[in-house]
Design a binder for this molecule. Structure first.
Ligand SMILES: [Zn+2]
Ligand SMILES: [Zn+2]
Length: 123
């Protein structure tokens, strides 16, 4: 793992991670050449721009997910567990060091644009 800047890390060759304050988790895109979808990156580590948009789905929002086993059902069965995870959609444009959350996000930052933030200390 290489810390490229406060807001950007290279978690493996070609894999760039940034902290998503909406998901409270890291989002990762891949750039350069190689298998799988690849994003454009402007090469700026402080104020990155990625193209096209970044779409992350978790839990029952993942296409092909089998109903009946996701965070929703887990917390239904374990109501006393702290809710650190949630099923969701996170759809963002990262432009010039800002994260624009599209309206299809399931978290509270949907429709907002926020500056990229540093990774938490313990990440
Ligand atoms: Zn997110
Ligand atoms: Zn769910």
């Amino acid at each position: 793992m290489t810390e490229l800047s406060k807001v950007l890390r290279e978690t493996s060759p070609g894999a760039l991670s940034f902290w998503c304050p909406g998901c409270r988790d890291s989002n990762t895109i891949r750039h350069g050449s190689g298998p799988g979808p690849r994003w454009g990156w402007n090469g700026n580590t402080e104020h990155p721009t990625f193209t096209p948009s970044v779409l992350a789905r978790t839990g029952h929002y993942v296409p092909g997910h089998e109903n009946g086993s996701c965070w929703c059902t887990y917390y239904q069965e374990h109501p006393d567990e702290p809710r650190d995870f949630a099923c969701g959609i996170c759809h963002t444009f990262v432009t010039d060091g800002h994260i624009q959350y599209l309206s299809d996000c399931t978290h509270e930052l949907a429709g907002q644009t926020v500056p990229m933030v540093a990774f938490p200390e313990d990440w």
